[in-house]
Write a protein that binds this ligand. Sequence first.
Ligand SMILES: [Zn+2]
Length: 293
Amino acid sequence: MSLQLDPLPLLSPALVRASTAAPARVRLGRTAPALLAYVFLPLAVFAALSFVSTGLALALAAGLALGHTLDLLFGRFYSDSELRGPLHRCDGCRSPLRAAFAMPLVGFLWWRGRCPDCGSRLPLRALVLPAGACGLFGISYVVFDQAGAALLGGLFATVFLALTLTDLERRLLPNRIIYPAILLAAALSWGWPETPAVAVLLGGGVAVALAGAILLFSLPFGPGAFGMGDVKMIVLIGFVVGFPAVVTGLLAGTIAAGVVAGFLLLTGLRGSRDYIPHGPFLALGAVIALFLR
Ligand SMILES: [Zn+2]
């Protein structure tokens, strides 16, 4: 008969305390520099540009901060992942976040796009999301020429950029982005300079009707011909851009999708049974409608 001993009762209480306290200290040791790194880049951008234009500097810094934040939290948007727990940069080894990666852009360049712990390639999203959000907030400032509206436009353009990336990375338009974004868009419907709140809410209503109609027409083609994620995204576009811009946006997105799909099919890069995501094209149409309405 073999006797198995649980090793833990053999350890002295002091040893047990030390072994459980150590990781907490390590984590705290990484938190302070990471927090500093996290706020440094947006603050630096604001400080450097505020002499040129305070509004533009604010928009660019806000875009960078939002892009960074969304990139850091990116894994949390998928409903199969836990909301809590330490952040990690690399899906390969899930090692805790290093301070440099609190600024995804800087971390990515510093480690030349590879995970310093396991060497696997990091997603390009760490560059695309912060830089893209910064650019979209900048465009928004130029288009709306007013700090409040610039932040509003930049915020939703960045949401569409994030949805493009989730659709490309995992073929998903996550509820954890779309539902809060719809609520936020409806709540902020009064904030657009040249579109009254009624027109924005009407856009949401029209989008619900359009999405329902598209879903009905796609039913004969089998489940998945038009995803529920796409339907919810159309509703989001309606509540962001309002009426009649929602029609322009959906039309622009559909034409872009048709042109690209036609090109891919004609050149043989994709077959008729291959998956071509709708999300990025809907997002493109939405951003066009957002800035040209
Ligand atoms: Zn790794």
